[in-house]
Design a protein around this ligand. Structure first.
Ligand SMILES: NC(=O)c1ccc[n+]([C@@H]2O[C@H](COP(=O)([O-])OP(=O)(O)OC[C@H]3O[C@@H](n4cnc5c(N)ncnc54)[C@H](O)[C@@H]3O)[C@@H](O)[C@H]2O)c1
Length: 284
């Protein structure tokens, strides 16, 4: 029988106290892994919650915190195997009104945080030898534009760019670097966005929830476990020939590289123009 057994392997996950990160931490614990959660909401210092779970207060925007997270994780369990850059935040405003401090904070947490933790973790994985996995929780906002989320979209596009470069540079050492691009996931962040987005767009959070659901071909928004399952796959031997990928987990809302579903449905003219081009190119 096929099973995923991570006994003796160690996951470091940022932002793992709530939401998607919590879903990832719980699933890896179920698969037998040791789990180290680095979250700004952890109490100060390091807490051994039980024999396979450690909490370390970490602000991913600070290099010293990233270094302490990785060093203490390796100390606690002997080595690290998987690093999931999950911590993130959003603010909402139209691009023309967006405050500079909101741009800076979101870019710092979502993009610089991924750079800092990945860099420190990659050095640890290289020192250890034996490869490893880095998995970045990006977003479909790393591929598309969304109203009132200019800073967030920019930060997630940055994550996907950095994922590709890390994947290229670390491939020879069997450190596989991939991203996951979730769609609409029911977490505190999403519920807050419905309130703030609703105020900006003159809608209630319930109306935005209904709008969200109507956009997902599979007919429901995601739960953290939907994303965690794909992260587990990307950490497992089942994905050992994948690196530099940005996997959509969107219930069909974003498909492949072609944009949102509505765009996919509306591309017939574009596609036939593209095939005409292809045909005429072949004629020469
Ligand atoms: N919820 C969604 O619909 C959705 C969709 C696509 C992508 N994402 C991404 O998934 C990730 C998790 O989001 P979520 O919805 O679970 O959000 P969430 O707000 O529920 O959880 C985010 C976690 O990150 C932590 N965090 C925030 N700033 C931090 C910092 N500077 N250092 C360390 N930890 C920090 C928070 O304390 C929290 O525990 C984020 O990167 C988010 O952008 C979420």
């Amino acid at each position: 029988m096929l099973s995923i057994d991570f006994a003796g392997r160690t996951l470091v996950v940022t932002g793992g106290l709530t939401g998607i990160g919590r879903g990832i931490a719980d699933l890896f614990l179920k698969a037998g892994a040791n789990v180290v959660i680095g979250d700004i909401a952890c109490p100060e210092g390091t807490e051994r919650v039980h024999d396979r779970l450690v909490h370390i207060r970490t602000d991913v925007t600070k290099r010293a915190d990233a270094k302490r997270l990785v060093a203490e994780a390796a100390d606690a369990f002997g080595r690290i195997d998987f690093v999931v850059n999950n911590s993130g935040m959003s603010t909402m405003d139209y691009a023309v009104d967006m405050r500079e401090e909101d741009w800076d904070r979101v870019m710092d947490v979502n993009a610089k945080g991924v750079y800092l933790v990945s860099q420190v973790a990659a050095k640890q994985l290289l020192r250890q030898g034996g490869g490893g996995r880095i998995i970045n929780i990006a977003s479909q906002a790393g591929k598309n534009g969304y109203r009132c989320m200019g800073n967030y979209c920019a930060s997630k596009h940055a994550v996907l760019g950095f994922t590709k470069v890390m994947a290229l540079e670390l491939a020879k050492d069997q450190i596989l670097v991939n991203a996951v691009c979730p769609g609409i996931v029911e977490t505190d962040m999403k519920r807050r966005e419905r309130v703030e987005g609703g105020l900006l767009r003159g809608m209630t959070p319930e109306e935005i929830l209904a709008e969200d659901r109507s956009q997902v071909p599979l007919g429901r928004t995601a739960e953290p476990e939907d994303v965690a399952n794909v992260v587990l796959f990307l950490a497992s031997p089942l994905s050992s020939y994948m690196t530099g990928q940005a996997t959509n987990v969107t219930g069909g809302m974003t498909m492949h590289e072609t944009g949102r579903t509505e765009n996919v449905r509306g591309t017939d003219r574009t596609r036939s123009a593209a095939s005409r081009l292809f045909v005429s190119y072949r004629m020469y």
